[in-house]
Write a protein of this length. Structure first.
Length: 761
């Protein structure tokens, strides 16, 4: 009996232990609260699974892992016997993102900066990160008082609209820039070197008077360069501290500097390990001179010049090391420019990328280097300039890399194509032509072949014209530009002279380069001209030579031109010069016979800064009739935009019209006209395109074929001076010129103000 009781007790105890062991094994994981996310996805993130023994540590890690996914706003895990229940609250999906209150920074820019996107899971941590990013963007634009408040709008199906409410605040200006430790140069001198400026009322176009930490770092380098160019080799900026005022509207900036002692150049040597690069031949490129004040920029410029010289001799990968020898006792710095050994390099191949529309040959024919040529860095740069001048690409990069051998390199041409088709409707106003309208259709890269096709219409109070033109830059595969123009023009000059003109005709053009910069061109022109007087005038009141200019005439003319361009940029030149000499002979058939010679010269030179430009232009022309007088429509007229301060045709030979009481311009057979102009940017020119100029114009127009008592033809010098403002506005280019005559004749017609405005849409 006792044995039975003991056995029963053991069986009961064993059954209890077995049941408890089974309860520790997870038999099911049930997911609750999920709407979009599958239960299996939730289970895949967990550290514990079905069949595992229950472990509180694993459950805790599972909880943290699920939170870390960013998919859930809340997660709880509880146990009911052998079942593990995971309750989740899913984060909503973003339906759209909106910005409110932003005026200084556009929505497109903010959208690029924030990380959250529509149809992405909403999480508070991501929202906080985007808020900080938006605030950082505003701070870098000078608005440290900006605040951003995110708000959500609940939508059905667990979706939300995320709205960033932005309070931009005013720009945080620079109240004061201070310097500590400067002895040699004053605070005012050093302020002139930094790109950060103190806030002043006249700096409304500039962003330099707002705080930007990146600009402050740049200013440290500017100060360093300033001192290193003046002998202070030990100069350093100890600190640059920006302190924000309590109202968060202004900054105090303090630079702490250590100037150190001035140094002079010691021994300056040039050593070359390349046999073809003789130090004696390169000595003129070395700028530092013994005994002169130390200048770090001269060392950098010398290295660049030596690299340039080596590149022109075919050494593409030359390592030039300036070895510095400092003598603190005598305060001298010796420099040895060491040209290390390098092989002469040849072009292995040229790779062109980025041209999805433009044919390879259009780009390749502008290259001044070809496969197998000795490498030349000057020709590589010239190739880039020629490709850019095509106008087909927004950006052009020409680089080199090591080829299959040390003496081979690969030239990489990377282009970024831009639109070359133009459909434009222009509208504008000119003080000379009043209302101007223009419609133009043009394709500058027809079918990716580099061909230029254009059709334009223009109408104003003076001129109505239609012109069709086509140019093939490489005619029949040769470096010859060929083209034609067909035109129809009506000109009404009765506002400042006595006649109207109609012209219909065509022109054929050919041109080819003689050298890299010299181009020769020939042309043939055939036109039918019609000249009539103003409707209110009687031809009999004019002298015989005027009456002989009236009627219908045929001009058949052949001509040539020589053009030489050494400009850094043909569209907006800042350095270099150009000249064009042309002659045209009329008399190859037709009823008009003359020979015309024209010369046009332009020169540009940067002053103070690269975009402060001094320019000089000179134009001359002479036309002589061959066995007949020169008709009025073939003569030169001077004034208007050529000679500011005078009306168009307001200078030169004139006759007094007794019926109108005005002087009528007769034009002239000989003229010269020049202009000296100084152009400087105003404010943030790169962003606003605003330029100010001051100028002096001069010129003279003289000589008509016939003489008489009512002809005023003194041929004296005229001159004017004035100021102008040009602006590349969002509506189109605007140009204002104010000029006063300095030297004129009594019968000249003056004009103080000229205004030109145009737009395209």
């Amino acid at each position: 009996m006792g044995f039975i009781i003991v056995f029963t007790a053991c069986v009961a105890a064993g059954g209890s232990a077995y049941a408890q062991a089974n309860d520790d094994i997870i038999t099911q994981i049930r997911v609750e609260g999920n709407q979009r996310i599958e239960p299996e996805t939730v289970r895949s993130y967990m550290q514990i699974g079905v069949g595992d023994k229950y472990d509180a540590a694993k459950v805790d890690r599972s909880l943290k892992t699920l939170f870390a996914t960013g998919l859930f706003a809340d997660v709880t895990i509880r146990r009911e016997g052998s079942v593990l229940i995971v309750s989740v609250v899913e984060n909503p999906i973003i339906n759209r993102i909106a910005f409110e209150g932003n005026k200084a920074i556009k929505k497109d820019k903010l959208n690029k900066e924030v990380q959250l996107r529509p149809r992405v899971v909403y999480t508070r941590s991501r929202v906080r990160a985007d808020v900080q990013r938006i605030i950082e963007i505003y701070r870098r634009s000078g608005r440290f008082a900006a605040t951003v408040e995110p708000k959500i709008v609940q939508l059905p199906q667990n979706r939300v609209d995320l709205i960033f409410e932005i309070h931009e605040g005013k720009k945080t200006k620079i109240r004061r820039i201070n310097f500590i430790g400067n002895k040699r140069y004053s605070d005012g001198k050093l302020r002139g070197q930094t790109s950060t400026k103190e806030s002043r009322w006249w700096r409304f176009f500039s962003k330099g008077d707002t705080y930007d930490p990146d600009r402050l770092a740049y200013d440290r380098e500017l100060l360093r360069q300033f001192y290193l160019q003046r002998g202070y080799a030990d100069f350093r900026v100890v600190s640059a501290v920006a302190e924000l005022t309590r109202d968060r509207r202004e900054f105090f900036i303090t630079f702490t500097v250590e100037e150190g002692q001035t140094y002079r150049f010691g021994d300056v040597k040039l050593v070359s390990d390349i046999r073809d690069l003789k130090p004696d031949a390169l000595q003129d490129l070395v700028q530092p001179e013994k005994g002169k004040l130390y200048n770090a920029k001269q060392i950098e410029d010398t290295v660049d010049a030596l690299n340039e010289a080596a590149g022109q001799r075919g050494y593409a990968f030359v390592d030039i090391r300036p070895e510095i020898h400092r003598d603190k006792k005598n305060r001298t710095i010796g420099v040895t420019f060491h040209i290390l050994q390098a092989p002469r390099v040849y072009v292995e191949r040229i790779e062109i990328t980025g041209n999805f529309r433009t044919l390879d040959r259009v780009i390749r024919r502008e290259m001044r280097l070809a496969e197998g040529d000795a490498f030349n860095v000057a020709l590589m740069r010239r190739s880039r300039a020629r490709i850019r001048s095509l106008g087909f690409f927004g950006d052009v990069a020409v680089d080199q890399s090591q080829g299959s051998a040390p003496d081979r390199n690969v030239i990489h041409v990377s282009v970024q194509e831009q639109s070359t088709g133009e459909l434009s409707i222009g509208a504008g106003y000119s003080s000379l032509e009043h209302l101007i309208g223009q419609v133009s259709i043009r394709e500058r890269n027809l079918l990716g072949r580099g061909q230029d096709l254009r059709l334009s219409f223009q109408i104003s109070s003076i001129q109505q014209s239609i012109n069709l033109g086509f140019t093939e830059p490489y005619f029949m595969g040769h470096d010859v530009a060929a083209g034609f123009d067909i035109f129809r023009t009506k000109n009404d000059y009765t506002n400042y002279t006595y006649y109207k003109q109609g012209q219909t005709g065509f022109q054929l053009r050919f041109g080819f380069p003689i050298t890299e910069y010299l181009t020769f061109g020939v042309n043939y022109r055939l036109s039918l001209d019609n000249i009539t007087l103003s409707n209110v005038l009687d031809p009999s009141i004019f002298p015989t030579y005027v009456q002989e200019s009236l009627g219908n005439f045929t001009t058949s003319a052949v001509g040539y031109s020589l053009s030489y361009f050494r400009l850094d940029d043909r569209v907006d030149p800042k350095r270099g010069f150009s000249w064009v000499l042309s002659q045209n002979f009329a008399g190859l058939g037709g009823s008009v016979k003359y020979i015309r010679t024209d010369l046009n010269f332009n020169w540009y030179h940067p002053l103070i800064k690269d975009n402060w430009v001094l320019s000089f232009g000179l134009r001359e022309g002479y036309i002589e009739g061959l066995g007949q007088g020169v008709r009025i429509n073939d003569r030169y007229f001077l004034g208007g935009s050529q000679l500011r301060g005078f009306e168009p045709g307001g200078v030169g030979p004139a006759t007094y019209n007794y019926s109108t009481g005005k002087y009528d311009s007769l034009g002239g057979n000989l003229y010269y006209n020049g202009s000296l102009e100084f152009t400087v940017p105003v404010g943030a020119t790169s962003e606003l395109g605003l330029k100010f100029s001051t100028f002096v114009d001069f010129g003279s127009l003289a000589y008509v074929d016939s003489v008489g008592t009512n002809i005023f033809d003194v041929g004296s010098l005229r001159a004017s001076a004035g100021v102008g403002v040009g602006w590349k506005s969002p509506m189109g280019p605007i140009r204002l010129d104010f000029a006063v005559p300095l030297k004129k004749e009594s019968f000249d017609r003056t004009q103080f103000f000229q205004f030109n405005f145009g737009t395209r849409f």
